[in-house]
Design a protein around this ligand. Structure first.
Ligand SMILES: [Zn+2]
Length: 427
């Protein structure tokens, strides 16, 4: 075991400077304790196996039955016991869509009560969600270009290995299986139906998505509001358990009571900080644009490897917290009932003597964001302007290549690819 930990630390140091690598940990079945194994790197989500004396308990199932099967094939080299329970830590696809692989005759599936309602909302928006997942996970990009990635293509109807749970609970659910006690607690975080699993005798805590090695996705650009303060409260609750092993459903397991406590304190502090600093400025009447500029993590938190913006970002969190508590109006009356962007673009072009002047200005712009915005002005008035499309594609490509965030990277690069495709049709 000691050798494993040392290896672990060496690997951690090697990738310190590249946050995205945390999100794609090495593929393998990691032995955490005599009873607990974590399959990482097979898919976006991990599968966690708990060996009891008479069965296997599975926590989370990845987004793909094929990936789940690959992890199970490895686990089968260690144990041939049946699967008694599958636990969904929350309703997101990367946790529930591999379940069929584990379902045997007596297998029971457990989720928090709100699972059904949350999933129903997701299904109601399935057209939207298919599109957002394809963008968020860069499905149309060549594999080597993708940032965050799935082990399946959300645009294909394909196989979904989801199975409806048999057991639901409200606040907590305890059971004993093969001499091992399991405690499940409803803990708000990425979703409203989120739960964590505590295995006291192993001192192993399975936090689902309450912790992963990135600044947390407190507000996803394309997804509904998340309970930010509830998430921070969940971290306080996790600390009280004094776990010796923290085995999340993304990224690698963490080991050592002191180190884990440190991580949980810092993760909670970071969430509280961004929340409180945003709320303070909302009350001061500050516009969102300025709040976004001002709210940064304190220096001691900003350097921590597990608070790098590989998945969530501080800026996106500020946007989300602002919107969650206020509304969509930014207190600029020009934005209350905005006119058409095309009309504004046409007026700007008229005033500047046509698209040529704006394109020339965009052409010497080194700030890719500004170049993108200038190209947008031209395209607002002249949707078929080839030069503007080419500039837009180039700016998006640069933004994507420079992005530290794996979702941001995909959003820009997918859009760049779409722009390039338009270039072949626009004359
Ligand atoms: Zn997840």
């Amino acid at each position: 075991m000691k050798y494993f930990f040392r290896l672990f630390c060496a690997a951690a140091l090697a990738v310190l400077s590249v946050p995205a690598q945390y999100l794609n940990p090495p593929r393998g079945l990691n032995k955490v304790t005599e009873r607990v194994y974590a399959a990482t790197g097979y898919a976006l989500g991990n599968v966690i196996y708990v060996l009891t004396d008479k069965s296997i308990v599975v926590v989370d199932t990845t987004e793909s039955p094929a990936a789940a099967q690959a992890t199970f094939d490895e686990m089968r080299k260690i144990s041939s016991l049946p699967v008694s329970y599958v636990v969904y830590t929350h309703f997101h696809g990367d946790h529930i869509n591999g379940a069929t692989v584990f379902k045997g005759e007596g297998t029971k599936i457990i989720a928090q009560r709100q699972h059904t309602e949350e999933l129903a909302k997701y299904v109601m928006l399935s057209g939207y969600n298919t599109r957002l997942n394809a963008i968020q996970f860069g499905s149309a990009l060549p594999a080597e270009k993708r940032g965050a990635r799935l082990a399946m293509d959300p645009r294909q109807p394909g196989v979904r290995g989801y199975i409806r749970p048999d057991i639901f609970f409200d606040d907590e659910y305890r059971f004993e299986e093969g001499g091992v006690k399991f405690e499940l607690y409803h803990t708000l975080g990425e979703t409203f139906d989120h739960l964590m699993v505590w295995i006291p005798q192993e001192r192993v805590l399975l936090p689902g998505d309450l912790f992963y090695e990135s600044f947390p996705m407190l507000a996803s650009p394309m997804k509904p509001d998340r309970p930010v303060l509830g998430w921070a409260a969940s971290l306080d609750r996790m600390r009280k358990l004094h776990a010796a092993y923290l085995v999340p459903s993304h990224t690698r397991p963490q080991v050592g009571e002191a180190e884990i406590d440190n991580i949980l304190v810092n993760y909670g502090r970071a969430i509280h900080w961004v929340h409180d600093e945003t709320v303070k400025r909302v009350n001061q009447g500050m516009p969102l644009e300025r709040i976004r500029d001002e709210v940064k993590l304190p220096a001691d938190l900003a350097v921590l490897p597990y608070l790098q913006p590989g998945y969530g970002t501080v800026l996106w969190s500020v946007n989300g917290i602002y919107k969650e508590y206020t509304g969509w109006y930014d207190f600029n009356p020009a934005d209350l009932n905005p006119g058409s962007k095309a009309a504004l673009s046409r007026a700007l072009m008229e005033a500047s003597g046509g698209s040529a002047a704006i394109l020339k200005r965009a052409g010497r712009e080194t700030n890719s964001q500004l170049a993108l915005e200038l190209a947008d002005v031209v395209l607002g008035a002249e949707p078929d302007n080839r030069e503007a499309h080419a500039m837009r594609a180039a700016a998006l490509e640069k933004l994507g290549e420079a992005a530290k965030n794996t979702v941001e990277r995909n959003v820009y690069l997918v859009a760049a690819q779409e722009e390039k495709a338009k270039l072949t049709t626009v004359r």
